[in-house]
Design a protein around this ligand. Structure first.
Ligand SMILES: Cc1cc2nc3c(=O)[nH]c(=O)nc-3n(C[C@H](O)[C@H](O)[C@H](O)COP(=O)(O)OP(=O)(O)OC[C@H]3O[C@@H](n4cnc5c(N)ncnc54)[C@H](O)[C@@H]3O)c2cc1C
Ligand SMILES: Cc1ncc(C[n+]2csc(CCOP(=O)(O)OP(=O)(O)O)c2C)c(N)n1
Ligand SMILES: [Mg+2]
Length: 574
């Protein structure tokens, strides 16, 4: 049987273990979708917006660590992928995007739907190439796959519809080796210098991030030897926080005061696999050591005194035998005590007083956390859902947490939940969505029904872009352009064939979330939560305090004094 370029593409992907392609079909993609239909070795996951396809592929790649694929038709179709692809690239997850292209003989003429993928995707990928000749397949595709896997990020191939339908020249994949698993370790001299420094120091704090994945045991042993509190950056939460007697929480604007102070009060800060981005939260006087798999990450966020290239597990394994037991536990004890108090303070916010409105989003997240299964996969929208997820979802080594933490795009939670649920049909997948975030890609609620995905969507309905409102207040603006006139999301869900529930009082929260989680199919719970649930940063800088004062003044001047009372009532007098 004749094999087309599109057939070869599908074969090569399937042969490499790719199970599905997320996308929206279109004429320039017809060769590929037809090949998927006929060959049946890949699934076509039809979503309603290509951005969803890219986010979903990113979620799959994040959860499995393996290559995932999305596709868009020429011009607008693949342009819609772009925001999701940025997210994948910044999360460092291996994703190949197939950007179908206009007919090859029209390229450069300003043809209908013409765009230039090489330009468009250059910034959000490690590799973009146009396949203009059948002989380039599968080599260019394989280079793209190899680049996505080895550099951990996005690679894009642009494939004109007519080239996809040409007869293939090659017939099978050229590369058949398993994914390489190198171990990367600093030199022995470097390890000795590091061991020497750590053996001489008493007040050491560890800041760990997503690069600590798979090194939990080594990390805990390290903290024990150094008597060091462990602070984690947001993307490290799922890998670091659980079974961790040295955990003192997160730092940063959403963090805990204990995480902040543990970092500010140490003599040596040991950064492991983290790209925590906020410079102002790093200590000024401490000696800083950074260990990262990628040399280009060293010193990006703070001054660094010792920068080492290595993967966390391998590096710690070679370091640990050289470390002496630190006998001074004062720094650790102080940090842990601080954490206990900070945690207690946060827990006190997570209550739902029967009959008393408004519902606190902290309470909603706490209930979700308590009712969710042992191996639930959570996604949270950018906005206040990220705050509540960081503070109130408990990780245990089996649960997973996804967000758009590096790229910071709204509307990530539902699409990521779609990718998670398709990849793990048997696991509970819970999207903690903002009302703004959900509305932004709401068309893909329909995908839950289309593919019968039992995703549970919890909508924190505060009728505003609350996170932005908070930012505006903190920096002295009167909030503006943040009101949302919302529909009833539960009714919209019902209209889409999804179980829709609406919690208006605290006592409805638990039974409704329980009902949704038990429901055999997709469910959405809309919870009316308070709009101004201030999440105080661990320390208020003079700048922020000034900003806040300014807001008050402006608010009074603009006749919004009632709002200040509201702020005070919600936050001070509960
Ligand atoms: C609204 C909002 C507010 C936020 N506020 C906060 C906040 O207050 N606090 C906070 O912490 N975050 C916050 N974030 C998230 C923040 O933007 C970053 O995404 C996060 O801090 C980065 O976490 P990370 O360092 O664990 O992960 P990444 O940024 O992914 O960094 C991981 C690092 O590990 C390296 N690496 C990967 N694998 C290995 C390996 N095997 N060995 C060694 N190194 C490896 C990588 O090269 C990279 O440098 C917020 C996000 C949003 C959307
Ligand atoms: C695509 C995109 N647009 C705008 C922003 C700026 N932004 C950050 S959070 C946010 C508000 C999110 O609102 P919602 O989903 O309702 O969550 P809330 O903070 O109200 O809980 C906005 C507009 C963004 N991060 N991404
Ligand atoms: Mg909102």
């Amino acid at each position: 049987m004749a094999m087309k370029v599109a057939d070869l593409l599908v074969e090569v992907l399937a042969d490499a273990g790719v199970q599905r392609i997320y996308g929206v079909s279109g004429d320039s993609l017809n060769g590929i979708t037809d090949s998927i239909r006929a060959r049946k070795n890949l699934e076509w996951i039809h979503v309603r917006h290509e951005e969803t396809a890219a986010f979903a592929a990113g979620a799959e790649a994040h959860l499995t660590g393996k290559l995932a694929v999305c596709a868009g038709s020429c011009g607008p179709g693949n342009l819609h992928l772009i925001n999701g692809l940025y997210d994948c690239q910044r999360n460092r997850v291996p994703v190949v995007a197939i950007a179908a292209q206009i007919p090859s003989n029209e390229i450069g003429s300003g043809y209908f739907q013409e765009t230039d993928p090489k330009h468009l995707f250059a910034q959000c990928s490690h590799y973009v190439e146009l396949i203009s000749n059948a002989e380039q397949m599968p080599r260019v595709l394989e280079i793209a796959m190899q680049t996505a896997i080895s550099r951990r990020g996005v690679a894009v191939i642009a494939l004109p519809g007519d080239v996809a339908l040409q007869d293939a020249v090659e017939r099978e994949p050229r590369l058949r080796f398993p994914v390489p698993q190198p171990t990367v370790c600093p030199s022995e001299d470097e390890i000795n210098i590091l061991a020497d420094l750590l053996n001489r120091s008493k007040k050491i704090t560890i800041l760990g991030g997503a690069g600590c994945a798979g090194a939990h045991a080594e990390l805990i042993e390290l903290a024990g030897k150094l008597q060091a509190p462990i602070v984690h950056a947001m993307r490290g939460k799922e890998f670091i926080e659980y079974d961790n007697p040295f955990d003192v929480g997160m730092t940063g604007l959403l963090g805990f005061s204990s995480g902040y102070h543990a970092m500010m009060n140490c003599d040596v800060l040991l950064m492991l696999g983290t790209d925590f981005p906020y410079q102002q939260f790093f200590p000024k006087d401490a000696t800083i050591v950074q260990i990262d798999l990628r040399g280009e990450q060293l010193g990006r966020r703070t001054k660094v005194d010792y920068g080492l290239i290595g993967d966390t597990k391998t590096t710690l394994r070679s370091l640990l035998p050289k470390l002496e037991q630190n006998q001074d536990d004062a720094h650790l004890r102080q940090a842990l005590e601080h954490y206990r108090k900070a945690r207690k303070g946060l827990d006190e916010f997570a209550t739902g007083n029967p009959g008393k409105k408004p519902i606190h989003p902290q309470y909603v997240t706490r209930v979700v956390d308590q009712l969710a299964s042992e191996d639930a996969i959570f996604t949270c929208d950018v906005g206040t859902p990220t705050i509540w997820a960081a503070r109130y979802l408990t990780m245990n080594g089996k649960r997973r947490l996804l967000g758009s933490f590096n790229h910071g795009s709204m509307a990530n939670a539902l699409p990521q939940a779609i990718g998670a649920q398709i990849t793990y049909p048997g696991r509970q997948v819970i999207s903690i969505s903002g009302d703004g975030g959900l509305a932004m890609l709401m068309g893909d609620l329909l995908t839950l029904k289309q593919h019968e995905l039992p995703v549970k969507t919890i909508v924190l309905r505060n009728d505003s872009l609350a996170f932005v409102e908070l930012e505006m207040k903190a920096s002295g603006f009167v909030d503006f352009g943040t009101d949302l006139r919302n529909p009833e999301f539960a009714t919209i869900a019902e209209g889409a064939g999804i179980l829709g529930l609406k919690a208006e009082t605290p006592e409805q929260v638990e039974p409704m979330i329980a009902q949704a989680l038990k429901h055999d199919g997709p469910a959405l719970v809309e919870v009316l939560v308070s709009r101004q649930e201030l999440s105080m940063p661990p320390t208020i800088t003079l700048e922020q305090a000034k900003g806040f004062g300014l807001f008050m003044a402006k608010a009074v001047l603009s006749g919004r004094g009632d709002e200040i009372i509201d702020l005070a009532r919600v936050n001070l007098w509960r």
